[in-house]
Ligand binder design. Structure first.
Ligand code: VG1
Ligand code: CO
Length: 526
């Protein structure tokens, strides 16, 4: 071995999940070779893709600021240095912190000449010595770069900043929760410095190594303080209290997720996507919407909007990479999909301005809707939407850190019901069929099978479903996700979690969830 090489063997558990590789922090801190191997593997793949004549790569190296980010940036710099035949330049944001959407816009800007991004994040998973660390890979001496420039440009191109500035100057307020992650400084910069929303509109916008001890996942459970200040309880019900903000929003650890609420109203991510699609003309300075996509577990609310508007609509497996392929297809069946809107029930929304979901983008989309019709509240916007299209009640139950065997057995049990003639007749809940979701990418024609079990029901005559899948972002055991959805064309005044409780009980019984996992209660309902 030379000064620049180390003997090593493969790690068999370096399989990336839904979005990057996530492990307990100790896995990374106790064995430096774990990171070295991973980065070397990325570099090997990158160099195998380039031709012998192509110039060495420039790579963006950033983090969401979580514990172990700083030593990792130093360590990865060394690995890249030892690969100087492959890598010529590393771009590192000031202080090392940059949100995932900003990284995406940075490497897409031709002037930066960057061909990849290594982002140190486990996203919405908690950080700290006892929590999680991870790496997302987007597929360019150390240059210290301004993390804001390209991202601000991309958003400026998309939205009408003048309209938004005007809205802020009239005293309208957005409560923005950065959850002590990478989205915080970006929220302050764009909403505060550029658009002029006031200082008292920001909470938890300073990035911290342990996210201030909070779980940086913007949902009703972990976004408790924001939700309370917006006059909501943990189930998304109006409390009658709360402060006077027109819009409430939170981002996750790496700034790519968003929670949207108004005073006394929580907007489910699936509804948010549908409303944005419906009011696209209010939002985008980028021309008519060309295509929409949602992940399969997300509700069908956006599908009916797409149908009404005559816009192509795709349903993909969970994870942003599937959207990216659609956006990158210059032409699919004679159509090109730009601008393109996509979203996931897991608080992810975004468009073709970048190739990642984008927490701030969603906040600006909602702010634009309100700025266009200042007499409307978020509640009005949502109610008008349901009046027009009907409502998809929606809720998700997460069972975190279950035993892997039990969780896998439960999925097998459900798979065994595919194609069966179901005898669940009578009663309020009639199970019609069980399917396993499989996706054929229309661009690459690649088939991705086993992406979740779909249980279709009729609930008092209305279509409803429960979906079960196993998470691909956990760092220990298996996380079971159960997604519940019920369409109602007439009654819009209910609370999602309450409306879906009965369906949930029925689905849990059919899946024998308690028997297989031993879990009586979910960790999170959102
Ligand atoms: C979860 C979400 C998925 C999202 C992914 C990455 O994946 O369900 O919709 O794309 O996290 O989000 P899974 O496999 O755990 O269900 V992020 O903000 O953690 O990068
Ligand atoms: Co994230």
């Amino acid at each position: 071995t030379s000064r620049y090489s180390r003997p090593t063997t493969a790690y068999l558990d370096q399989r990336p999940g839904t979005s990057g590789l996530r492990k307990k922090t100790k896995v990374w801190t106790e064995d430096a070779m774990f990171m070295n191997n991973l980065i070397q593997s990325y570099l090997n793949v990158l160099s195998s893709r380039s031709s012998p004549s192509s110039k060495p790569l420039s790579i963006l190296l950033a983090s969401d600021g979580r514990y172990h980010s700083v030593p990792s940036i130093a360590q990865i710099s060394k690995v890249c240095g030892a690969n100087s035949d492959i890598v010529s330049t590393l771009h590192v944001p000031r202080n090392g912190v940059q949100s995932t959407p900003s990284c995406s816009s940075y490497i897409r800007s031709p002037k930066n000449d960057c061909s990849a991004a290594i982002i140190l994040t486990a996203s919405h998973n908690p950080g700290g010595p006892e929590a999680d660390f991870g790496v997302k890979f987007n597929g360019c001496n150390v240059v210290i770069v301004d993390p804001y420039e390209e991202y601000v440009e991309a958003l400026e191109k998309f939205f009408d900043f003048k309209l938004l500035k005007d809205y802020a100057s009239k005293g309208n307020r957005i409560l923005f929760d950065g959850m002590h992650g990478a989205g915080g400084p970006f929220g302050k910069k764009i909403l505060g410095d550029i658009l002029g929303f006031k200082e008292d509109c920001f909470m938890r916008c300073d990035p911290r190594e342990d996210f201030g001890g909070c779980h940086p996942d913007p949902n009703l459970t972990y976004g408790k303080e924001l939700v309370e200040r917006m006059g909501l309880d943990g189930k998304g019900r109006k409390t009658g209290k709360g402060e006077n903000f027109q819009l409430g929003a939170a981002n996750d650890g790496d700034g790519d997720r968003n929670l949207i609420c108004g005073k006394g109203v929580f907007v489910t991510p699936s509804d948010s996507l549908a409303v944005i699609a419906d009011r696209w003309e209010d939002i985008s300075s980028n021309g008519a919407l060309k295509g929409v996509a949602r992940s399969m577990p997300s509700s069908a609310a956006v599908d009916i909007v797409a149908k009404k508007k005559g816009v192509r609509n795709f349903v993909t497996p969970t994870g942003w990479k599937f959207f990216g392929n659609l956006m990158d297809s210059e032409e699919l069946g004679g159509e090109s999909f730009n601008p393109f809107l996509c979203g996931e029930e897991s608080f992810g929304t975004g468009s073709s301005h970048i190739r990642e979901k984008d927490g701030l983008w969603a906040v600006l989309a909602w702010a634009s809707i309100l700025a266009k019709s200042p007499s409307l509240t978020v509640e009005d916007v949502v109610n008008q939407h349901w009046e027009k299209y009907g409502r998809h009640y929606y809720a998700r139950y997460d069972y975190e850190e279950c035993g892997s065997d039990g969780a896998n057995d439960m999925m097998e049990h459900l798979r065994g019901m595919v194609g069966e003639t179901l005898s669940e007749g009578g009663g309020d809940y009639v199970l019609k069929k069980v399917e396993s979701f499989s996706y054929t990418d229309p661009v690459t024609e690649e088939v991705t099978a086993n992406q979740g079990m779909i249980l279709s029901f009729l609930v008092k005559g209305s279509p409803a479903r429960a979906v079960f899948r196993l998470s691909g972002t956990g760092s220990a055991g298996a996380t079971v996700r159960m997604y519940l959805e019920k369409y109602d064309g007439e009654y819009f005044g209910g609370n999602s979690q309450e409306e879906l409780k009965g369906l949930g009980e029925k689905a849990i019984e059919i899946a024998n969830l308690e028997g297989f996992t031993g879990r009586k209660e979910p960790t999170v309902i959102t």
